[in-house]
Design a protein around this ligand. Sequence first.
Ligand SMILES: [Zn+2]
Length: 568
Amino acid sequence: MEPYSIASPATIMKITRLTAKTLVLATLAASLAAPPARAVDDGTFGAAAQNPASPRPQGPAITPQRIDFRVEVRPELPTALIEADFTFRVERTTETVSVFLRPDMNLDAIEDADGVPLTYRRRRSRIRISTPSLAAGDVTTWRFRYRATFDAPLEESGQIVLTTPWYPHLRVTADPEEFQRFVPMPMSITATLPDPWVLVASGTNTVRKENGATTYVWRDSVPNQTIPLVIGRFVEDKKLATVGLARAFLDHRNRSLTKSYVEYIVRVATFFSERIGVLDRRSWNLVAVDLPETMSGLTLPGMTLLDVDAVSRDMAFPYRLLAHEIAHQWWNSYIEIPRARDAWLREGLPTYSSLMFLENEYGTRMMRQELERSQRIALSIASPEPLEIGFDMSSPEAIYALNYHKAAAVLHMLRQVMGLDKFIDLNRALHDLGEDVTTPVFVRLAEDIFAGDLSWFFNAWLRSAEVPSFRVRYGYERVETEMPRYELRGVIEQQGATIRYPVRMRVSLEAAPPLETTVWIEPGSADFSISLPSPPTGLQFDPDGDLLYRGEVSVEFVDPPAGRGQVP
Ligand SMILES: [Zn+2]
């Protein structure tokens, strides 16, 4: 996800206001869906009411196999009629099944495989369904009939968007540390709509036109955690590439842009497939919709939603935003990062991945510009908090500036410390891991691949909120040898933090091309010396801007030179 307007630092206040609203929405959705916390969640997987004397059965009572929707929308009405055929396998004999459905979906009936209505009790999002005894191993299909109501009819609003789970689903046991998680399943969505309305979901679709109406059938063979549904008037373009089928659905006024969006999706998805790892997904759908004022982008498995305002002929192409959103197909969709406190990975990895794409595609200069912007936003927070607390930070400003931007700056420094090859290996290892990514998992893998302790790096940047500032003093002396040599000696003083870091130094020389080398920054102060073939005429600290620090670095020439106890 990306809050609105990532273009200009002048809009930070706007961003943070918008982020605040996003979080309110997200929190609202979570609280609508969340069951009351208790030690034993008896309904999460549809557990049965059992003989109290028998030991509590382990594991889920049912597991979903697939879900098939028929959606009926009349453009003049603010309602969608939905039938969901939910197919599940019974894991152990049961007479009660619990499923979840968003409370704003008006439930009309639940029928068993023979069309016989089932009785149920509904409490907020949880529905407890009584059933004739189901035997372990049975696979059966129940039909849910319900209605979704919108603020305005399709004709008036121009679009319908459903993202947070609006269909019968099961949940993984709620962990207070984690975002809500749903049990994935393959799906199909069928709808017949009068022209020119178009339905878009994730996966790929088939279309049948008849008498001024079009029947859309969307299927996602990759199990979905959250199934998106969008209806609107769209123009479409698509391209089949080695990564799969990329499609863009844009407003008809932006018809001329569709091709460039499709091309861009293919390039980004190809790069991340090579750099991070191949996904089991073969479809990439982009839809421009009117997102809540709070966000500019949102990615669900198989579908990216961009705000219409970001996709317009009048706006600069959203290079960074779209690459960030596509990166979420890896970070969060395929590679799950479920804990709220790991938000620095959840948003930092897509942010930095997007920078690596820009670097590869458009060159170092564009990447440096974007990195510098992230560093600037990271430093805009007056009372920073440590990255390790993630979404628990006290203000939406801090959540945005630190988890998106400081995290990206920290990941860039980690790349400098590990070296590019090992940093890429780390990305691939996270992809291949096959388990949830948390901060401890990330740190462990980074240390394994680096083949050394990195606690000095992670403690400084994750546990501490401090950002250092620096002062450098240096001078030089002629060293008498057979050939004339000069020794540059200096000291780097660090204030406000205690980091170690291999910083680059560029020395310009009187009678030779500039020389670049690495010296280590240490907590407090660190002496350094550089052997030179010619007298130095200048010294640049961190010339490429890899390091995150506050203020300007004062670089002062002193005579006699600093360092080795001779600091004036
Ligand atoms: Zn994001």
